[in-house]
Ligand binder design. Structure first.
Ligand code: SF4
Length: 342
């Protein structure tokens, strides 16, 4: 019997009551949906999505800030995924300004070297991308370059989710990519079963099996089902780079309130590269008005198909919310792989 089939069989034997586990990683959702894993799981075992898509959790206020930079005449460079995310008055794609799609911060720096105009990189991402951004800042890019830091850290969001208890979670599948950089020691404070998982279907099934076994034995610890990439301490060099340049800050997440120490701000000695300071930009909270339920999807209390706009008004061609825009967004993934229900 193949390894994956064997684990799925074992899960069917062990799952004797409802279990709900959350992953916090768009790549996990893509892998689960692409492989159709939900269809081989016991009916009682539910995997819900958390705030694991960096584009989706970027609140409207930060998109509005990027639009303000365009209005101020800056060249705004960003990842393609962010282009169509709606702010409160349009998107970067529709704003008519000089917005360039880049593969990463190094390309934005190249643009700055070739122009006298101000170039701002909209820097989104979790702990996986922040060290690369930090390394680039340390190379002293040209004076006309800056970043709008929209980075987020995963553990503070998990702390918030656990403090609310809305999703009634039995445990977490921890994000393999983030843990490759940061290790998993930071998660040991959380009193719930947690397993670091990789991205092959077998990795995810193994992670789920280890979670079920923890719940059944009454334990609550962090286990590593992805040892070929992740160690407890992580990549210390990358962490050192990140903390040399950034310090934690209190920021809002889409669908969440301001979460203490969950963002990354440039330290004072690098403030010449901080677009917020350079252009006097303030992130403001914007109230939600549309029927989009991305906020609930990101908190694990709704599935994309619970949204009445899913696949009708809201499609990848006509996205209403960020979860239908980003390739790591749950709605886009479910639409792409025709997932019907969890
Ligand atoms: S289907 Fe569209 S409108 Fe509904 S939650 Fe997803 S992104 Fe928002």
């Amino acid at each position: 019997m193949a390894f994956g089939t064997e684990i799925a069989q074992k899960l069917k034997e062990l799952v004797d009551r409802p279990y709900t586990f959350m992953h916090i990683c768009g790549t996990h959702e893509a892998a689960i949906s692409r492989a159709g894993l939900r269809s081989v799981l016991p009916k009682n075992l539910k995997i819900v999505m958390g705030p694991g898509c960096p584009v989706c959790i970027t609140p409207q206020g930060e998109i509005d800030a990027a639009l303000e930079l365009v209005e101020k005449g800056c060249i705004v460079a960003t990842y393609g995924d962010l282009l169509r995310v709606p702010g409160s008055r349009g998107s970067l794609e529709s704003c008519g300004g000089d917005v360039r799609v880049v593969q990463g911060i190094h390309k934005a720096v190249e643009i700055a070297k070739e122009t006298e105009k101000e170039v701002v990189f909209i820097s989104v991402g979790f702990e996986t991308t922040a060290p690369t951004v930090a390394a680039t800042i340390l190379t002293q890019p040209p004076e006309n370059f800056s970043i709008l830091s929209c980075h987020r850290l995963v553990p503070p969001a998990m702390k918030w989710l656990l403090s609310q208890g809305e999703a009634r979670l039995d445990g977490f599948l921890l994000p393999g990519h983030v843990c490759t950089v940061m290790g998993y020691w930071e998660y040991e404070v959380f009193p719930v079963p947690q397993v670091v998982a990789g991205f092959e279907p077998e990795d995810i099934l193994l992670g789920l099996l280890m979670l079920v076994e923890q719940v059944r034995s009454g334990s609550a610890r962090v286990e590593n089902a992805y040892p070929r990439a992740v160690t407890r301490e992580g990549n210390k060099k990358a962490q050192a780079l990140m903390w040399e340049v950034f310090s934690p800050s209190d920021v809002e997440w889409r669908g969440f309130p301001v979460i203490p120490h969950s963002g990354l701000s440039l330290k004072k000695e690098f403030e010449q590269y901080d677009a917020q300071k350079k252009f006097n930009i303030v992130f403001t909270h914007t109230a939600k008005h549309s029927a989009c339920i991305c906020d609930k999807v990101l908190r694990g209390i709704a599935e994309p198909t619970d949204c009445r706009l899913f696949g009708k008004v809201c499609t990848p061609r006509t996205p209403v919310g960020p979860c239908m825009v980003s390739h790591e967004g749950a709605c886009k993934i479910w639409h792409m792989y025709r997932v019907k229900q969890g």
